[in-house]
Design a protein around this ligand. Sequence first.
Ligand code: KMT
Ligand code: NI
Length: 177
Amino acid sequence: MAKFYYFDDDSSKPMTDDHDSGIPVTESYLKSLGLFYRYAPSIDDVNELAIERNYKNRDNILLNDASFPGGKKSLDEKLEMFFKEHLHEDEEIRYIVEGEGFFDVRDKDNKWIRAKLFKNDLLILPAGIYHRFTLSNKRSIEAIRLFKDEPKWVALNRSQSETDNNKYRKEYLKSIS
Ligand code: KMT
Ligand code: NI
């Protein structure tokens, strides 16, 4: 079961630490940010959701030092990229098959909320929300990524001049106001 809390903003510790400030975040507040969370012990739940939302494609992503092409060094480079604050012009749907990891999302006051996800957690980030991802210190996750059409994924890194004026960003802000 996922755990949601405010990120402690202690940059002296690695991003893969828990960074739990001890301040929990309620499910209703997550909803007000447009996030959807469900504990889904059966893959049938994921399949149903994919049909409901018309997601036709999916892939499996496996992140750990042993199996990542290029090993630990390339995985570290990949993680640096995932941890850059960004948005997408579509929903980001992730289902955790094994392992654990962190999705950080910005709240209405630009503070980081950290979602620690475990096996069978299903999380949907709305289009336009600023977020980032990293592994935990266990450094291992297997997840299913759902895609509406082709498995392509464009991350727009946050920049005031561009992403703050992005159409999907503006629509997102309107949807939560
Ligand atoms: C993303 O978009 O940041 C990711 O897909 C990270 C890996 S999913 C566990
Ligand atoms: Ni993303």
